[in-house]
Design a protein around this ligand. Structure first.
Ligand code: TRP
Length: 458
């Protein structure tokens, strides 16, 4: 049976209206807090340039092939993650990957919305010039007491959930594609402006050599593990986001260039964020290894000491907000597509229901950061628990099975048909791609997963 045509002819399904739209949307998903908040501090903690090199290697050898795998599954079936596996392998247990993806989307969204909420508060503080004249100790206490205050961050978290819901409810072309087409170029412009500004700082050279001069001695097992985890998170892989977005890519479009553009932009933005941040960090004699606080404590402190800091700070937190919302939209769409296609809900009902659940779970995550909060699982607060469990277990497991599925169960000819968009492009690259998804990706992911979970010593 020709699954593709018989399945698809039956119903009208939305798609991205243009190739640029598809790239903007997938790039919007990929570029997020992972690039601007997480990448700089993870790179900072893991040796800067050495980390970056390993990271780049993983993006090329595993990230791009995995993205193409997810796009292929999505586009071939024209379905949400759950439906895609059920259509491809009816009667089997593969649909569990789809369910895992949907649960993971909720887990990520729950803590992601909290950090994204902070960016709105910081944007507001920047606008009213709230950081001016504060010492670095005061900024640190201010941040800590804000995060631990419970209900004030909840307000921003919920506002962020509402903003995400607003875009998702507006639809694929009129919502997701449209906002990404505006917001992504804006994000590029702001970051380039910030990068240029950072070139004028005295710490520029030091920042650059921290980022770009690798010290190979710093490549350790844990650097390798972190780099792969970061690559998956940053490229939105391992839980069906790109399966869902892939299902909106039109059938004659060249997915190789789409995936390539997304990976290149995502990496470029992460590096640019480093270029915008590290020179400032070195100019003010701050340690680049300050961890998750880097963006929320170190930077406001730097901005308020810097000429033009008022405007730069506004731009920076606006940038962070844009990056966050275009990513959370992609996560919410994973669940929305499932609800509309499998549970036959109306888009509005689906988004409303999802937002209500998310409002609950993200509020719990926010409140779990209060000092005496009982909201703990296995001794860690809910926020950290969700962050860890998604990055350490859920995404690697999802990615592993997606790789195995694509390489061994999807069907070589179907895969070839999608990879080449019906023999239109990249036919010569196919065997190489197949080798990467069949052998390299699953083995590397498995080894790293086992060592991260503590079952294997790397
Ligand atoms: N990639 C986004 C970031 O860098 C986050 C994100 C969106 C994500 N969708 C995802 C992460 C799916 C993992 C899986 O911030």
């Amino acid at each position: 049976m020709n699954l593709k045509s018989s399945e698809n002819d039956m119903r009208e399904r939305s798609s991205f209206g243009s190739k640029f739209g598809a790239i903007a949307a997938a790039t919007g998903s990929a570029i997020g807090l992972g690039n601007i908040w997480r990448f700089p501090y993870v790179a900072g903690e893991n040796g800067g340039a050495a980390f970056m090199l390993v990271y780049l290697f993983f993006v090329i050898v595993i990230g791009i092939p995995m993205m193409l795998s997810e796009f292929s599954i999505g586009r071939y079936t024209n379905r949400n993650t759950f439906g895609a596996f059920r259509v491809l392998r009816p009667g089997s247990k593969w649909y569990l990957i789809g369910i895992l993806g949907i649960v993971t989307a909720f887990v990520i969204l729950s803590f992601y919305s909290v950090v994204a909420g902070w960016t709105i508060d910081f944007l507001k503080e920047s606008l009213v010039n709230g950081f001016a004249g504060r010492s670095s100790a005061e900024i640190k206490t201010g941040f800590d007491s804000f995060v631990e205050s419970g209900w004030r961050p909840v307000f921003w978290t919920l506002l962020f959930v509402a903003a995400t819901a607003f875009i998702v409810v507006s639809g694929i072309e009129k919502g997701i594609e449209r906002y990404n087409k505006i917001l992504m170029p804006l994000l590029f412009l702001i970051l380039i402006g910030l990068g240029i500004n950072s070139a004028t700082m005295e710490g520029f050279r030091e920042g650059m050599s921290f980022l770009f001069k690798p010290d190979f001695g710093k490549i350790t097992g844990s650097v390798v593990i972190e780099a792969l985890g970061q690559a998956f998170f940053s490229l939105s892989l391992g839980m069906g986001t790109m399966i869902t977005y892939g299902s909106y890519i039109r059938s004659r479009e060249n997915m190789l260039t789409t995936a390539g553009s997304v990976a290149v932009s995502d990496t470029l933005i992460a590096i640019l964020a480093g270029v915008a941040i590290f020179p400032a960090v070195f100019s003010f004699g701050i340690s680049p290894t300050s961890g998750p606080d880097l963006v929320f404590i170190t930077l406001p402190n730097i901005f308020q000491q810097m000429p033009g800091g008022y405007v730069l700070s506004i731009l920076f937190f606006l940038l962070l907000f844009i990056a966050a919302v275009t990513s959370s939209v992609s996560l919410m769409e994973v669940v929305t597509a499932f609800c509309t296609e499998e549970l036959k809900m109306k888009r509005r009902t689906a988004v409303l229901a999802i937002s209500l659940v998310l409002a609950g779970t993200s509020t719990l995550c926010t409140l779990s950061q209060m000092p005496d909060s009982p909201l703990k699982i296995a001794g860690t607060n809910l926020f950290d628990f969700f962050d860890n469990v998604s990055a350490t277990y859920m995404m690697p497991v999802g990615a592993f099975f997606i790789a195995i599925f694509t390489g061994w169960f999807f069907g070589k000819n179907r895969l070839r048909g999608e990879f080449t968009s019906g023999e239109l492009y990249g036919t010569g690259l196919f065997p190489f791609f197949l080798f990467l998804v069949r052998f390299i990706a699953p083995v590397v992911i498995a080894v790293i997963f086992l060592s991260k979970a503590g079952w294997l010593k790397l």
